[in-house]
Ligand binder design. Structure first.
Ligand SMILES: Cc1cc2nc3c(=O)[nH]c(=O)nc-3n(C[C@H](O)[C@H](O)[C@H](O)COP(=O)(O)OP(=O)(O)OC[C@H]3O[C@@H](n4cnc5c(N)ncnc54)[C@H](O)[C@@H]3O)c2cc1C
Length: 325
């Protein structure tokens, strides 16, 4: 029997596993596929909400606390695992909204300013990580710390007795633990039985290759963005589609994303799309959910991070650890 059973090995589940195991807990983590291959892999890795004033105070608190530790966290992961998450403070150039009253009020509240730039407002301190690298580093790190990872193992149901969560049922085995933590991303509602409160919002993204340093900052305009990676790859995203768990991509959408980028970076005209994929953001009908289950004892929820799960993962994990330990 473990101290903690985590259901779901995305950024949220693996970061929770790391934090709990560093606090001395014995952790088992179950994933229905492989760890770090769903939304956390599909995302852009911007370590900030896109337009932070669109979000609740809770999202902003989780984001700001996470941003404060992200650089050191990535450096430690690199040192301990040899895998570099490529945390880069590339800055984010916002071409719209940065000069609205709402944006200004948010900046006043959080004591932030933009630097002037000929094309918009530049948030100099916004960073990015390279998702697959961060996830590989997290997985290697938690394995080293003794977390038991069980992949290709779907949790079909929770084991509940007298209003207490005792663990999880899978096809081959029942897992018992002192504490069960649901970190199942867009799939969380099937375990919570909460009538679809957490649901998938599909996002399509493309990659094109260009010269290294063709773009200095992340560029954000009209809800779409271009993220320059260290090796010259540019990620261009993304769509917001209420389409259930449909993983298909659409050529026209890819072409539209490329056209958006080429309007802002002329050398991308006629560029070739190297990859095109889709992922499922865990959207929530209320807000991000980080805490104890309202009715069931020994059950915790860390989900509904929607467009900001990479960004909010460290502090979300920290809050769950503080509740349990
Ligand atoms: C196109 C796109 C762009 C994005 N860009 C950004 C960005 O720039 N910055 C940012 O911060 N966020 C971004 N996001 C959002 C971010 O990716 C998510 O908020 C975050 O990945 C959620 O992490 P998670 O661990 O909750 O979910 P996931 O990574 O989806 O992990 C959930 C895991 O649970 C497992 N699971 C589910 N059900 C079960 C079950 N019953 N039994 C066992 N295992 C189960 C799944 O297999 C999966 O591995 C983006 C998302 C998308 C799709």
């Amino acid at each position: 029997m473990s101290d903690c059973l985590i259901i779901g090995g995305g950024a949220i589940g693996m970061m929770s596993a790391r934090t709990l195991s560093m606090a001395g807990a014995c952790v088992t983590l179950l994933d229905q596929r492989e760890c770090g291959k769903e939304s956390s892999w599909a995302g852009g890795g911007i370590i900030s909400p896109l337009y932070p004033w669109h979000y609740s105070d809770l999202v902003n608190e989780l984001s700001i606390a996470s941003q404060a530790v992200y650089g050191d966290l990535c450096a430690t992961l690199f040192e301990d695992t040899g895998i570099d998450p490529e945390y880069i403070r590339s800055g984010l150039l916002m071409m719209d909204e940065y000069n609205t009253l709402k944006a200004q009020a948010w900046m006043d509240k959080y004591k932030l300013t933009t630097s002037t730039h000929p094309k918009g407002g530049l948030f100099k301190n916004i960073a990015q990580v390279r998702n697959p690298r961060l996830l590989n580093a997290l997985k290697a790190d938690i394995l080293k710390r003794g977390v038991e990872i069980v992949e290709h193992t779907k949790v079909d149901d929770l084991i509940i007795k007298d209003n207490i969560a005792l663990g999880a049922k899978t096809k081959n085995k029942d897992y018992y633990a002192d504490n069960t933590i649901i970190c199942s991303g867009a799939w969380s509602s099937s375990l919570l039985g909460d009538d679809g409160k957490i649901f998938p919002i599909k996002g399509q993204m493309i990659i094109v290759k260009t010269e290294v340093n063709a773009l200095e900052h992340i560029v954000l305009d009209q809800g779409h963005y271009i993220i320059p990676r260290k090796d010259g790859q540019l990620l261009i995203g993304s769509t917001m589609e209420d389409a259930g768990f449909d993983r298909s991509t659409d050529k026209q959408v890819g072409d539209e994303l490329l056209a958006f980028a080429a309007e802002r970076l002329v050398q991308l005209k006629g560029a070739k799309i190297e990859h095109h994929w889709a992922g499922f953001r865990p959207a929530s009908k209320s807000d991000v959910v980080v805490g104890k289950h309202a009715q069931l004892e020994r059950l915790y929820i860390n989900t509904g991070h929607f467009r900001n799960g990479l960004n909010m993962a460290p502090e979300s994990a920290n809050r769950i650890k503080n509740l349990i330990c």
